[in-house]
Design a protein around this ligand. Structure first.
Ligand code: HEC
Ligand code: HEC
Length: 248
């Protein structure tokens, strides 16, 4: 009943007031994101692992414990940058349809905090969805390289969208995809967004790869085998693919 009244009140507000309401919600979300009292110990906030406005601390965790990169139980911290335009579902398992449900799980299971209210979840979700991607001066609004992008970036894009087959899963502008895929990395996992990817290592759900070169080689080997492709990628072509990824 209370929610209905709030909804009715929102509908009656003039537009600028509505925009102000959502700005206020994002601001509340930002404060909660930095609020350590969401965790049972009172020592950990969302920003502890997602510093720099929701980015990643580049570590691999089981619960609140840092574990060696590549530990099969470990999960590497994803960035929240660009979360608002993603196509994939949430978590590395890639099977949680709503970001609010995912955040609730993190508070209750990972941070062992008390059950959050709907208002808390809505504000945190609004903040996370509001976070822009990092600067990508060589991309246009659709995520394609501009004519002004360096030649290796443009060659890399041609490979990515052509014979390397990457775009069958990583599709622009977010360079991810709805629905998990099994690429032989230990089960089905989310097809992660490749935006900002030069700053999100270590790579894969368990943080097994330090460098983009390793991740690209793994992905290409998988794609080539799966499709019985007779194509090859030279070292120079792999370098072009990495140059393209770095422009995302
Ligand atoms: C101890 C470090 C840590 C803390 C604290 C933490 N996170 Fe995360 N976050 C992670 C890790 C690791 C994952 C990946 C877990 C998985 O998918 O299995 C993750 C995943 C996420 C995802 C899913 C992203 C995606 O692309 O699927 C969201 C959203 C998120 N965190 C938001 C938050 C919010 C909001 C908070 C605070 C309530 C928070 N996180 C606190 C480490 C942390
Ligand atoms: C069949 C779908 C599929 C294809 C094709 C594919 N990928 Fe992926 N990609 C995935 C999945 C799933 C993961 C996550 C695997 C994991 O975490 O274990 C991933 C992870 C990655 C990562 C690591 C990102 C991160 O944040 O950890 C990079 C980089 C990447 N892919 C690049 C490529 C490139 C380059 C190609 C083409 C050579 C490609 N992918 C082809 C599904 C695909």
């Amino acid at each position: 009943m209370k929610r209905l009244l709030v909804a009715a009140a929102l509908v009656a507000l003039p537009l600028p007031a509505l925009a102000q309401t959502s700005l206020q919600m994002i601001e509340n979300g930002r404060a909660l994101f930095n609020d350590k009292s969401l965790s049972a110990s009172g020592r950990v906030s969302c920003a502890t692992c997602h510093p720099m406005n929701g980015h990643t601390d580049n570590k691999t965790y089981v619960g609140l414990d840092v574990v060696p990169d590549g530990d099969p139980k470990g999960r590497s911290t994803p960035t929240m940058w660009g979360a608002g335009i993603r196509q994939a579902e949430w978590s590395w398992a890639g099977n949680i349809p709503s970001i609010e449900t995912n955040i609730r799980g993190i508070i209750v299971n990972r941070m062992k905090g008390s059950e959050p209210t709907k208002e808390t979840l809505d504000a945190l979700a609004a903040y996370v969805r509001s976070l822009p991607n990092g600067p990508a001066p060589f991309l246009d609004a659709d995520g394609m390289p501009r004519d002004t992008a360096p030649a290796d970036v443009r060659r890399g894009y041609a490979l990515f969208s052509g014979k390397a087959g990457c775009m069958t899963c990583h599709s622009p502008a977010s360079y991810d995809k709805k629905g998990p895929e099994d690429v032989g990395s230990g089960g089905p996992f989310k097809v992660p967004s490749l935006r900002n990817v030069s700053k999100t290592g270590p790579y894969f759900h368990d943080g097994r790869f330090k460098s983009l070169d390793e991740a690209v080689t793994f992905m290409w080997d998988f794609y080539r085998k799966k499709n019985d492709s007779k194509d090859t990628l030279s070292d120079a072509e792999k370098r072009d693919l990495v140059a393209f990824l770095r422009a995302l």
